[in-house]
Ligand binder design. Structure first.
Ligand SMILES: Cc1cc2nc3c(=O)[nH]c(=O)nc-3n(C[C@H](O)[C@H](O)[C@H](O)COP(=O)(O)OP(=O)(O)OC[C@H]3O[C@@H](n4cnc5c(N)ncnc54)[C@H](O)[C@@H]3O)c2cc1C
Length: 461
């Protein structure tokens, strides 16, 4: 069996590679191998029965057609400064044009036309307000698909490739096969080998460890990435309405006074819900907002980025350790009122019920995050809440809820060329798994970048 291109992983990165190759050169023989299920078959047992996580061998939330993006909030952030590191490989104007291109494809496949955050005058006003209060505002246009509509968009993309690209589901790629530093194909779990001229690796964050192990086996150069650790904050939606009404996602960056750490807001969900996330046997916290369902609260993460230097270089293990500690003490995710944290006492169900913020995540355990988060992180978070309170009074309220912990793992970066090719000829690595993106738009753009380079080599610029 021989293909022109094999794509490993059907997340946004892999899907956009396939769409681009197909659109520009329909005669190419393309194979997508995906270890999860097709979009219609993806169903988390927790959704159907409300049962606790059953740690399925392949998690339907993060694996399958659409990848981790399938049940995501579908917030398309259209700024080159957000959602990835592609600006390390290409200049900002070119990256912006890739972003606009993939965004137009999302719209073609059903994302709404409406854009948030495009009012220059309002952005300048928020920037001014932020800078007077020690905060850096990063304006960005955002298209919001909504968790409920993401699936429809992905289904349309699936229909677009159906019958034109071979897709194998529920099959793991186990090994990358090379010969004299050139790609020759891949080996599946059952030992079967499939050959191709090009391989694009797009395994996502959940398989970053697999990719790292393969990269080490193939002696590829690996570069370090940070780990982001923090909490999810929940406040009444009215507290942030004057910002979310304009920008949808007010991204703020803050350098803490005590430690000079970079602290930032992340994934703002106006009128949204706090949710639990199960990653490799640990529970962390995240947030969603729906296009057609609203709560009275807005949630967002405050994250502290840490780059470890030496001798320690296991940021993923460190983040896992902190999350596991929260799970150990709280039996899952812990929730605490800010007022209780500041008073040095744990939250209880009774104290939370007296608060004005009703938790949207019902099964978080009231507890004490100061037993979980190291002093450095707590201090950074408290400082940022204080700064945010100056531009959105009410954030630093004793009623504000903090859920912990939120951890964002970044995959080890593989050394890549400007067209995302590895040190092995014709082997490309894209998306979150390769450490080049951390959001839908840049993951998708990375897929197009790799596809265009392959098309060029086939003489189809
Ligand atoms: C809860 C949640 C909410 C999010 N919300 C947003 C949001 O609103 N906006 C945003 O921009 N981003 C969001 N993200 C992030 C976004 O989903 C990711 O950045 C994006 O999906 C990364 O795309 P990817 O293709 O690189 O990887 P993934 O989407 O992770 O896809 C990788 C695919 O590869 C498959 N795979 C892995 N290893 C193998 C193998 N060995 N063989 C075969 N198949 C394999 C996996 O099963 C998976 O389907 C969210 C993520 C989560 C988890």
């Amino acid at each position: 069996m021989k293909y022109n291109v094999i794509i490993v992983g059907a997340g946004p990165a892999g899907i956009f590679s396939a769409l681009e190759l197909l659109e520009k050169s329909p005669a190419l023989k393309i194979l997508i191998i995906e270890k999860g299920k097709d979009i219609d078959k993806r169903q988390c047992p927790m959704d159907a029965s409300g049962a606790p996580c059953m740690s399925c061998p392949e998690c339907d939330i993060v694996s399958g057609w659409g990848g981790a993006g399938a049940f995501s909030d579908g917030k398309l952030t259209l700024s080159p400064e957000i959602g990835g590191f592609l600006s390390r490989y290409i200049d900002l104007p070119t990256l912006q044009s890739f972003i606009e291109y993939v965004d137009s494809l999302y719209v073609k496949y059903g994302a709404p036309e409406e854009l948030h955050g495009g009012d220059e005058k309002e952005n300048a006003r928020i920037k001014d307000l932020a800078s007077k209060n020690d905060l850096m505002f990063i304006p960005s246009k955002i298209r919001h698909i909504g968790t409920d509509k993401c699936r429809d968009v992905l289904k349309k993309m699936r229909e677009a490739v159906n019958g034109k690209v071979d897709v194998i589901f529920e099959t793991d790629v186990q090994k990358i096969i090379t010969e004299k530093k050139k790609i020759t194909g891949i080996r599946l779990k059952d030992g079967k080998e499939i050959y191709s001229d090009y391989v694009i690796l797009a395994p996502g964050r959940a398989s970053a460890k697999w990719l790292e192990a393969e990269a080490k086996r193939l002696r590829l150069t690996l570069l370090k990435n940070p780990v982001d650790i923090g909490v999810r904050v929940e406040v009444p939606a009215s507290v942030l309405e004057h910002l979310t009404g304009i920008t949808y996602e007010p991204k703020m960056v803050f350098y803490s006074k005590k430690f000079d750490d970079k602290v930032r807001t992340f994934c703002v969900n106006p009128y949204g819900e706090v949710v639990k996330e199960h990653i490799k046997e640990i529970w962390t916290v995240n947030g969603h907002s729906y296009a057609e369902r609203r709560t009275n609260n807005t949630n967002f993460a405050i994250l502290v980025s840490t780059f470890f230097t030496e001798p320690f270089d296991e940021p993923i293990s460190y983040g896992t350790y902190i999350a596991r500690l929260a799970n150990f003490l709280g039996g899952g995710v812990i929730v605490q009122r800010l007022g209780d944290l500041m008073k040095g006492r744990r939250s209880t169900h009774e104290r939370i019920s007296k608060g004005i913020v009703e938790p949207t995540l019902k099964d978080a355990t009231p507890g004490d995050l100061s037993f979980v988060l190291p002093y450095r992180y707590l201090s950074d978070i408290i400082e940022m809440l204080d700064a945010l309170d100056k531009i959105a009074p009410g954030i630093n309220s004793r009623h504000t809820l903090l859920y912990g912990v939120e951890v964002k793992f970044y995959s080890m970066q593989i050394k890549l060329t400007d067209s995302l090719e590895t040190e092995i000829k014709n082997l490309f690595a894209i998306g979150d798994g390769a450490g080049v993106s951390r959001g839908l738009i840049q993951a998708s753009a990375s897929g197009v970048i790799a596809a265009r380079e392959i098309l060029k080599r086939y003489g189809r610029p």
